[in-house]
Design a protein around this ligand. Sequence first.
Ligand code: SF4
Length: 376
Amino acid sequence: MTSNLTIAERLRRSGVSRRHFLTFCGKLMVVAPAGLAITNYISPQAVAATIGRARRPSVIWLHMQDCTGCTETLLRTSEPDLATLLFDVISLDYHETVMAASGTDAEAALKDAMTQNDGKYVLVVEGSIPTKENGAYLKIAGRNGIDMLKEVADHSAAVISMGSCSSWGGIPSSNINPTGATGVDSIVKNKPVVNIPGCPPNPYVLLATVLEYAAAGKLPQLDSLGRPKFAFDKTIHDHCPRRAHFDAGQFAAQFGDSGHRQGWCLYKLGCKGPITHAPCSTRNFNEVVDCWPIGIGAPCVGCTEKDIAFTVPIFTTADIKRPLPPDFYPPVFAEHKAISPVATGVAGLVGGALLGAGFLASRKMNDGATKDEPKE
Ligand code: SF4
């Protein structure tokens, strides 16, 4: 349970080196370069000082209709390993997958966690909530997911939907949605709900959000889909390592062709990167460079976008206004001719004339300003 030790004190006691903690803070800065109070500094040392002073926030993690992929992504990070962070940076007081207790002991653990941190804990939900047949498709300890979610959310300070399923239904809600799967924010109306979609989502976005709450006492700014702006304000396309090929009109036409093998753009294979807001292209997964769909040659499926993921077929090309560079760009392979001395001279004359005119105009304005000044 939550102790009075600060995060820095907990890490010291657990033997987590300062270097590892600074590396972790540096990663938070990559995920959230702007828009968060805790990362709004110029050095990981400053971020570490801010986070280190905070007390560990209590977190209760509920599983609904899910594959546990969101928990898996959380457990596959390092520097320091996330298991350490889960216990020393946050106080993970209830999590059905990683906790040792089961049965009635687990039920008691949930009650204890809620009672001891009433109104203060952050509730993280993984998985969609089935609503058809009065929620009969999901029962935990004899209660359906809707009732369980409502009760635990009622006593929380804020709710975080971890992954596309809890954000708006995800894969279980795909047509024909047999269980009536839906997201947390369509059920919880009396608490702030932050959506961190992704299949899986980026674990550092979750940690940055929870630590912002713990250290700065507030949740991050959200976009119209309830996603933290610090992580979802740009499209994958904006920072995609294949972007140069997109701009050059170099596209893989099918898997395994020469363009695909050379790392060309995957737009024509259905990549939804141009219309998908997510930090995947700047913050890869599992601490491995290029460990993300586009990095390994698979088109982005748009899993962080409500109306794209698991709705628009994978190989359907994204409907974007400007799939190719605009016509007024010079052709990429055009020959560049030398600039003639005459053209250089004309450009110099025009530039000089403009500069001279600007100088004379500013003199006149200054003169006018002096004349209009009131006399003492
Ligand atoms: Fe990258 Fe996809 Fe954009 Fe191509 S279309 S540059 S692969 S995000």
